[in-house]
Design a protein around this ligand. Structure first.
Ligand code: ZN
Length: 496
């Protein structure tokens, strides 16, 4: 104990630390009393008495020495400082210069980053405090990290203000103007790329100011980033990496968006196709600025040709001859289109110039009437059963009778006449029309095959085709119509 107290005393007085238990030789202060040798002289009694007194004496010396030691130790310890940011203690140091150095270095780094002289916007201070139990100096590296995370800086920047709102700061007026120019330039490029247009004018609708002012360095951006922020309407970035099994709907749902918003945020998306690992933007652009453009677009439009028909009595109605092929013309149209952020808001025609005139198609069509060929008494066209009669049916009008019969059953001409049509006709499928004279025609629909061709003369009872299921039909049957003066009549009224 004594030895320890003395040793501590010596340790604190020296700047260089001696080895524990081996005080430097010759430095020990001579003492009146010391622990006697085990081989000390004198009688046992006297010795005990002397020992008791010595113990007391030693205790006092130890107490004094210890108090002295602590006092000297503290007196010789370097000063302790609490490091504060705006009054809040963030650590302790015994070297104020280290803090000054860190703050200076961080300021330099921030200045370099933003390209303008950055100064802390918070107050970093070192306040001398007393050493107390439990206090220790914070590791300088750790202090550096804390300061880096906590110190905010301001710098004089050129702030782009949109309608009075500070949006982004740049380090120079030139950079700020450059960002706005680039914004316009990008817009022009996107329009020219999309529409083969020439852009006459691009304006920003909002009130834009470039103001030199001291702003938090957080607001500083490079030119490119400034353009992106102005376009996107936020400095936030939020994206999502597509996982296996994802759908646009599920991703939108999970991020409180609609699929439409997700598409708006990712204009490059095509259809519903997303690939695993693809990066989707989750911020719907809401630009700070509205780019207004006037562009001139020139395009050519086709002018359709008209058709002129003349009639020839020597030709049958199904015969047609092209006298002159038609050809479309072309005109050049110049329009002015006004857009806001790419969306068309107005379009005005400036001029129209015909590049080539259309050439009229000229045809001659037959007008020769089918002679009286029918007997007026119709034969039943196919063996089968009537499955649906003439008249209103399912909300429409059934213009004939349906006769159910197996596919391939021969279909007969109901009367003599001329085949005026044998071919495909939409819902009728394969259709044969026979003209009998006296403006009477019979029609045979849904045929599986033909036995006659257009222009052919047929006799009553001749096979003209075969029952089928072509066109709009729900099973093999013949749909049979009888026309008088172009109007469908009830076929059954012709059979007595
Ligand atoms: Zn029918």
């Amino acid at each position: 104990m004594l030895s320890a107290a003395i040793q501590m005393d010596e340790t604190c007085m020296n700047t260089e630390k001696p080895q524990l238990g081996q005080p430097p030789a010759g430095r020990r202060r001579p003492r009146k009393s010391s622990v006697p040798d085990a081989s000390g002289a004198g009688s046992k009694k006297v010795w005990t008495h002397k020992l008791n007194r010595k113990v007391m004496y030693i205790t006092v010396v130890v107490a004094v020495a210890a108090t002295l030691a602590v006092a000297i130790a503290n007196a010789n310890r370097p000063s302790l400082y609490a490091v504060t940011i705006d009054g809040e203690i963030i650590g302790y140091t015994d070297d104020k210069a280290v803090i000054t150095e860190i703050v200076w270095r961080l300021s330099e780094e921030e200045s370099f980053r933003v390209g303008a002289e950055a100064v802390p916007s918070v107050e970093v201070d070192c306040q001398k405090i007393k050493w107390e139990k439990g206090l220790e100096v914070t590791d300088p590296d750790e202090l550096g990290e804390i300061l880096k995370g906590r110190i905010q800086f301001v710098a004089s920047g050129y702030v782009i203000c949109v309608n009075g709102k500070d949006v982004v700061a740049l380090c120079s007026e030139e950079a700020a103007r450059g960002a706005l120019d680039e914004l316009r330039q990008n817009y022009i490029e996107s329009i020219v790329k999309a529409g083969h247009a020439t852009v006459e004018e691009v304006l920003i609708k909002e009130k834009i100011d470039i103001v030199e002012q001291e702003v938090p360095t957080d607001l500083f951006r490079g030119k490119q980033e400034a353009v992106e922020i102005l376009t996107r309407g936020t400095d936030k970035m939020l994206s999502y990496v597509v996982q296996r099994g994802d759908s646009l709907w599920a991703i939108a749902q999970a991020n409180n968006m609609t699929v439409e918003e997700l598409r708006k945020a990712n204009p490059d998306l095509e259809g519903d196709l997303i690939r695993e690992g693809e990066n989707l933007n989750l911020i719907v652009p809401d630009p700070y600025v509205t780019l207004y453009s006037r562009e001139i677009v020139t395009y050519t439009v086709s002018i359709p040709y008209s058709t002129q028909v003349t009639y020839d009595d020597s030709m049958w109605p199904w015969q047609e001859e092209v006298l002159q092929a038609g050809k479309s013309g072309e005109k050049e149209v110049i329009e002015e289109i006004t857009r806001e952020n790419g969306e068309e808001v107005a379009r005005t025609k400036i001029s129209e110039k015909i590049l080539s005139y259309p050439v009229t198609k000229k045809i001659v069509r037959g007008n020769k009437q089918v002679p009286e060929m029918g007997s007026g008494e119709l034969a039943w066209p196919v063996q089968g059963t009537i499955t649906s009669k003439f008249g209103p049916r399912w909300g429409t009008y059934h213009r004939g009778v349906d006769i159910g019969a197996p596919t391939g059953t021969p279909v007969l001409a109901a009367d003599s006449g001329m085949v005026v049509f044998a071919g495909w006709n939409g819902g009728y499928g394969n259709l044969v029309k026979i003209a009998h004279g006296s403006n009477m025609q019979t029609w045979y629909a849904h045929l599986s095959d033909f036995a006659v061709s257009t222009g052919q003369e047929v006799k009553k009872g001749d096979v003209i085709g075969y029952v089928g299921n072509t066109g709009i039909s729900t099973g093999p049957h013949l749909h049979f119509e009888v026309h008088i003066d172009g109007v469908a009549n009830d076929p059954l009224s012709f059979y007595k």
